[in-house]
Design a protein around this ligand. Structure first.
Ligand SMILES: *[C@@H]1O[C@H](CO)[C@@H](O)[C@H](O)[C@H]1NC(C)=O
Ligand SMILES: *[C@@H]1O[C@H](CO)[C@@H](O)[C@H](O)[C@H]1NC(C)=O
Ligand SMILES: *[C@@H]1O[C@H](CO)[C@@H](O)[C@H](O)[C@H]1NC(C)=O
Ligand SMILES: *[C@@H]1O[C@H](CO)[C@@H](O)[C@H](O)[C@H]1NC(C)=O
Ligand SMILES: *[C@@H]1O[C@H](CO)[C@@H](O)[C@H](O)[C@H]1NC(C)=O
Ligand SMILES: *[C@@H]1O[C@H](CO)[C@@H](O)[C@H](O)[C@H]1NC(C)=O
Length: 533
């Protein structure tokens, strides 16, 4: 599940060059922000660098942090680091520094480290990187660490951070390699998307820890996954939706092309029959996400970087996603919005299939799709009261047809925001749907790889109809503090923005980097309206 390093699809690159070269009708002009924060503003931001109460710097000789995950629960921030877990209070919002109230050290034991070293891994990798950090119930955190390439999970007390009960295996719940992207979510049971093996070949969407059977995706089947990179998961209705990118298998190109996808599974799936799909999903389906700039020649932003949770905009359940061009192409980013009801509708549409390994992919004629619809959720009171009762015909169909024919259209059939030729790629997105003096405006924050935040005002209805300029670029400001967030001359990767989260209660954004978490106000003027003159 390494980030696929693929050559850019050449036609797309040429097209982008053309677009940049003159076709102004396609890519809107990119005006500068209405305001740019002065650099010295940064020194007022509170920072967490791993120090305890009342201290500005961590204890003498302490290592730099190596933050992997952050989780905000109301006014408390949990930070999953390398070998450590921190609990940080966000109150009072005026504090000038962020300190931990609790710190738990969870190191790999020497035998795990030895085995890891014997398998040829570096000393720096053979440590316990916290890759899963979730709220399990009001009193319990669920935490998984890579544990020197032997992942483990355990419950922890939310108050004391003390472990509760035994360790369990992290296999299929947590990656072995700290560099791998993974996704995890609790909804009755634990849903995870990661790789299950040391060599990172077997990618899964996995469900475990509950009263239903443990389920996984079909192993080593490129129709289900091809080098996926998991980005996000959300719960919506009776399904869990997973957002990821992967190598497309439905194009007959010689070059590898990355596309972005959404997949879903039924929460109540219990797997197939003993003959087909036993202990595997009977409801796994996936579809392409279409974030493209319309015009005579269509340009696609294929590389999904981040997705927000489901928010309500203009009465619609929406996720915003930020996409980019491939990293070795011309930098360009786009924000597209997807209506979850339209996502769900695509899963009710046609399936796509490849009849033989040489033939092109085509839609499956509706009269060849068995009934009830493959991929649907079985439930008591329906024709089949559990997925294990489905006839083999349905189970075989869903096993061999995970891909939907149609791509999910973006709202307004165009990106809400497009940025090209930015200095750093935009990789994070956060949205405030209750912004402004009357709490009825929508503000989108985009974070670059290097921690620059671009703030936009959008009008969802206008955008959805495509009737007006899709956004106003309000502000640009920095969040990375070189004076606090890394040793002078430290590694460049220390400036990589890991996560960007809105903390409405304190009117702030929490930006996490490998060595620090910075809290910045969402606006430098008191209210958004004041910034809009
Ligand atoms: C973790 O906590 C949950 C409830 O929050 C409990 O059901 C489960 O048994 C615990 N697991 C372990 C390994 O202690
Ligand atoms: C869980 O694993 C950690 C790291 O290997 C170890 O230090 C700890 O003692 C284990 N706890 C239990 C209850 O097994
Ligand atoms: C946007 O459109 C929806 C329905 O199309 C409507 O219910 C909502 O009031 C509109 N919102 C605004 C801010 O105009
Ligand atoms: C489904 O129906 C069968 C009998 O038709 C029954 O044995 C089984 O318990 C039912 N399962 C559920 C989940 O209701
Ligand atoms: C993506 O959306 C555009 C605009 O609606 C459409 O023209 C194009 O055909 C779509 N592409 C796919 C693959 O569905
Ligand atoms: C927000 O509410 C104010 C006051 O009710 C109204 O004037 C304004 O048009 C609204 N803005 C949007 C975008 O709905």
């Amino acid at each position: 599940m390494r980030t696929p390093r693929v050559p850019p699809p050449r036609p797309a690159l040429l097209l982008l060059l053309l677009l940049l070269g003159g076709a102004h009708g396609l890519f809107p002009e990119e005006p500068p922000p209405l305001s740019v924060a002065p650099r010295d503003y940064l020194s007022h931001y509170p920072v967490f660098v791993g120090s305890g109460p009342g201290r500005l710097t961590p204890t003498e000789g302490a290592e730099d942090l190596n933050i992997q995950r952050v989780l905000r629960v109301n006014r408390t921030l949990f930070i999953g680091d390398r070998d450590n877990l921190y609990r940080v209070e966000l109150e009072p919002p005026t504090s000038t520094e962020l300190w931990y109230q609790r710190k738990l050290t969870w190191r790999s034991n020497p035998s795990d480290i030895n085995v890891c070293r014997m398998k040829g891994k570096q000393e720096g990798e053979c440590r316990n990187f916290v890759k899963v950090l979730l709220l399990r119930d009001e009193a319990t955190l669920f935490v998984c660490g890579s544990n020197a390439f032997n992942p483990l999970c355990a419950n922890y007390s939310i108050d004391t951070l003390q472990p509760l009960g035994d360790n369990i295996s992290g296999m299929a719940r947590c990656p072995y390699d700290p560099k791998h992207a993974n996704v995890a979510l609790f909804s009755g049971m634990l849903f995870t998307a990661t790789v299950t093996d040391f060599l990172a070949i077997d990618a899964v969407i996995y469900r475990s820890l509950g009263d239903r059977p443990t389920l996984r995706t079909v192993k080593h089947d490129s129709k289900w996954f091809k080098e996926p990179y998991f980005v996000h998961a959300v719960e919506w209705g009776s399904h869990i939706y997973f957002f990821f990118r992967e190598i497309a298998m439905e194009f007959n190109y010689l070059e590898k092309v990355v596309v972005s996808r959404v997949a879903r599974v039924c929460k109540n799936d219990v797997g197939g029959s003993p003959r087909v799909l036993e202990k595997q999903w009977t409801s796994f389906l996936k579809a392409r996400l279409n974030c493209s700039v319309p015009g005579d020649s269509h340009f696609y932003f294929n590389v999904m970087q981040a997705v927000t949770g489901v928010v309500s905009l203009g009465g619609r359940p929406i996720v915003l996603a930020i996409f980019s061009t491939p990293s070795n192409s011309i930098p360009g980013s786009a924000v597209c919005a997807f209506d979850m009801t339209q996502v769900a509708a695509v899963f009710e549409g046609r399936f796509r299939e490849q009849k033989s390994p040489e033939s092109i992919w085509t839609p499956v004629p509706e009269d060849q799709v068995p009934r009830p619809r493959p991929g649907c959720c079985a439930a008591p009171g329906m024709q089949y009261n559990a997925s294990s009762a489905f006839p083999d015909e349905i189970l075989n169909f869903v096993k061999t047809h995970p891909l939907m024919d149609e791509a999910v259209p973006s709202l307004g059939h165009a990106p809400w925001i497009v940025r090209t030729l930015t200095r750093h790629q935009l990789t994070r997105v956060a949205v405030d749907v209750g912004a402004g003096p009357w709490g009825n405006q929508t503000v989108v924050f985009l974070g670059s790889e290097a921690g620059t935040i671009l703030k936009f005002l959008v009008w969802p209805n206008a955008s959805a109809l495509g009737t007006s300029g899709p956004s106003v670029f309000l502000e640009e400001f920095e969040t990375y503090r070189p004076d606090r967030c890394g040793r002078p001359g430290g590694s460049e990767t220390g400036q990589r923005l890991l996560s960007l989260e809105l903390d409405v209660a304190s009117g702030g954004l929490l930006a996490a980097f490998p060595h620090c978490v910075v809290r910045v106000p969402v606006a430098r003027c008191q209210q958004y309206s004041g910034c809009m003159k």
